[in-house]
Design a binder for this molecule. Sequence first.
Ligand code: SF4
Ligand code: SF4
Length: 423
Amino acid sequence: MNILRDLRRHPCFNAHAKGSHGRVHLPVAVDCNIRCNYCDRKYDCVNESRPGVTSTVLSPMQASRYMEKILEYEPRIAVAGIAGPGDPFANPEETIETLRLVKEKFPHLLLCLSTNGLLIADYLDEVTEIGVSHATITVNAVDPQIGQKIYSWVRDGKRIYRGLKAAELLLDRQIAAIEGLKTRGITVKVNTIIVPGINDSHVEEVAKTMALLGVDIHNCMPMYPNRDTPFEEIEEPSKEMIDAVREKAGRYLPQMLHCTRCRADDAGLLGENGNGRIRELMAQCTGPSSEPDERPYVAVATMEGVLVNQHLGEAYRLQIWAKSDESFHCVGERMTPEPGGGIARWMQLAEILKDCRALLVAGIGDNPSRVLSRAGIKTVEISGFIEAALAAVYSGLDLSEFKSKRKGCCSGNLGCPSSGEGC
Ligand code: SF4
Ligand code: SF4
């Protein structure tokens, strides 16, 4: 990968590109795993221009449709990024799936991520393999005594940390994330939100530490005081304060001076935000697709090829059926991925079935069902004759009369291969 060439095309990492190259933020990551005391993630506020705000949240499939439309409208877009409205890795399935879909359909685009850094380290190999070339980590403090004033809590799995422990955990993860990104050749920007009286005199220390980690560029952003947040009473930093902070931090790292504090759903050239047409395009992508389904096949979990009678977790292979001349034929079989591997197993299955419009199963767990439906593959839990169900699927009829009688099979029973976190 030619990082220099890539740098030239990214309008945030290279000020010279801002008038010629645009970026799009795909708002697919709704949840967050930390609480910054300045953050308020509102929806539907088109007048606010700042990170964390979005008009809508898209599924990965919707994001891919939106990408197509936005590129037709603004072909100068060179970068697709995920920057919220929460954190990309508090929503790893959506994030990874969106990156894969975008890379597959638009291989010329640069891929970019913006995260608080808590969990990205777990996904470094995956994002590198997909082709992410740029990442931003927001590091507000390299001293947990200061960090604890900025974060109310940090959630790691099922545990919530507060105070010093929260700040220590977050900082450790951020350092590991930056090291891991740099080892993999990814260009790293660090954002630091300047909060007057909290970290403004600490930013030089942040820049110094980040330079030692090999960070490429630093973006000191003024905090926006949001109502109903713990920092609502703190005044937005003055231009003089920001200039002074950047001057000190600039002794260690190149400073980004052209950031426009974009929303989580911004698109186009930097500074040309709030374009109504862009929001219209996004709205057009939020409903189900009105285009006819061109995918020819339906996958079926069956033991003998007559009845839909297997749970997805039990099926080591699926039959692939097609319709021709008003009749149905089994055209082959495909192996399902080996058990284990968690969500990755179901993402692999989605890839195996990408030319299938639906999957007919006698039972399916929540995780595979969610992953497949986000990939646009309709999962139908039924029991009965395959051909009768196929007739209903291909003509878009109601499938309730075929509903599976194996009710309750996926309610999290121990030992069910598709339930719980192991899926
Ligand atoms: Fe808000 Fe981002 Fe902080 Fe999460 S990491 S609380 S979305 S500012
Ligand atoms: Fe670039 Fe700043 Fe906008 Fe992020 S918020 S996309 S760094 S201009």
